[in-house]
Design a protein around this ligand. Structure first.
Ligand SMILES: NC(=O)c1ccc[n+]([C@@H]2O[C@H](COP(=O)([O-])OP(=O)(O)OC[C@H]3O[C@@H](n4cnc5c(N)ncnc54)[C@H](O)[C@@H]3O)[C@@H](O)[C@H]2O)c1
Length: 331
């Protein structure tokens, strides 16, 4: 199984003002001194230019505020910057919001991906990497083996269904039009710059403010957690060494229940916060367990996660503690 060597030069990153996209930009600029990145982001509630502070070389990063569904804008960017590669993160990404109002999820995740694929096809790009999620496979029982790249799709939320739809389009563009795609499915990410509405920032911020820590149901739902920098490195490995048309799984090899995760954060921060944990009404259709089999990417590209959960959490906690201090100073 030979992998190809590909050198991206001018990359359009979509959703690069979000959590994972901003980390990827920082990582990619630091890795390759010749890389130029154009970052197309609509700056929805989830995106922030603050996530892009301290880039290794600001001059090689161009920010464009705009919508991935805007066909003319996307075509203009591909042409004007002579883009050879798209790395596609932009999405509506919060499951709870997709339950309350699915429409933006269909628009951005499905129509937006379609718009990018069409533009990429017309411009004859050299590479299109699509970021997907473990959630498209649905839920695992406690003893079931982890999801592999052959697992059947079974999305359970409007979010995961919209991501699954976009995956199918990406796959179809490879088979129908030979668009040179790669795709990755990743488990839950954690790290600095994640939006406060997500689980780990919620727990950390609640501990910092000594406020109740809300946990869905009885907290027994299990997730696999990956440090966001390991995810960025995995994407770069797939982009530069992965086989065309292939899907690769990325995960932290770190399954833990939501309750255990909250307890671990409390113990790392201040054990007295354990008493702040309280259980709230479960999310509708809450998937019980996700787990990723990463043997394919390990065998083909020699990728595996490097950061331990304990160390990654310490760094994440430090980031939110510093951010809280800054909040205070600015008031
Ligand atoms: N966060 C995770 O744990 C996780 C796990 C697996 C996969 N993913 C996938 O990774 C990708 C990034 O996730 P994230 O957690 O960084 O999300 P995020 O919500 O933090 O960031 C999404 C970014 O996309 C931008 N955006 C939204 N709609 C847009 C549009 N129409 N046009 C242009 N920009 C738009 C937002 O402004 C934001 O900056 C998503 O595709 C998500 O499905 C996330």
């Amino acid at each position: 199984m030979s992998s190809v060597n590909y050198q991206p030069r001018k990359v359009l990153v979509t959703g690069g003002a979000g959590f994972i996209g901003s980390h990827f930009i920082r990582y990619a600029l630091g890795q390759d001194p010749n890389l130029i990145i154009v970052n197309l982001d609509l700056l929805t509630y989830a995106g922030s230019l603050k996530n892009l502070e301290n880039l290794p070389d600001e001059k090689r990063h161009v920010f464009v505020k705009g919508d991935i569904c805007d066909k003319l804008l996307v075509e203009k960017i591909l042409h004007e910057y002579n883009i050879d590669t798209i790395v596609h993160f932009a999405a509506e990404s919060h499951v709870d919001r997709s339950i309350e109002g699915p429409a933006p999820f269909i628009q951005t995740n499905v129509v937006g991906t379609f718009t990018l694929l069409e533009a990429a096809r017309k411009a004859k790009l050299s590479r299109f990497h699509h970021i997907s999620t473990d959630e498209v496979y649905g839920s695992l029982t406690p003893d079931a083996p982890a999801f592999t790249e052959q697992s059947p799709y079974a999305p359970n939320s409007p979010y995961s269904a919209s991501k699954a739809s976009s995956d199918h389009l990406v796959r179809a563009y490879y088979h129908t039009y030979q668009l040179p795609i790669t795709m990755s499915h990743c488990s839950n990410n954690y790290g600095a710059y994640q939006h406060p509405e997500k689980f780990i920032p919620t727990v950390i911020r609640s501990c910092l403010k000594k406020q109740p820590i809300p946990i869905y149901g009885d907290g027994s739902n299990v997730r696999d957690w990956i440090y966001v920098e390991d995810h960025s490195r995995g994407i770069m490995d797939i982009l530069t060494k992965g086989r065309l048309g292939e899907t690769y799984h990325l995960g932290g090899q770190c399954e833990i229940s939501n309750l255990q995760m909250a307890q671990m954060i409390c113990k790392l921060m201040d054990e007295s916060c354990l008493k702040l944990i309280h259980f709230v009404k479960d999310r509708a259709g809450h998937d019980w367990r996700y787990a990723m089999d990463i043997s394919k990417i390990y065998q083909e590209l020699n990728w595996q996660p490097a950061e331990s959960l304990c160390e990654g959490l310490r760094e994440t906690i430090q980031f939110y503690a510093n951010a809280k201090e800054l909040e205070h100073e600015s008031h």
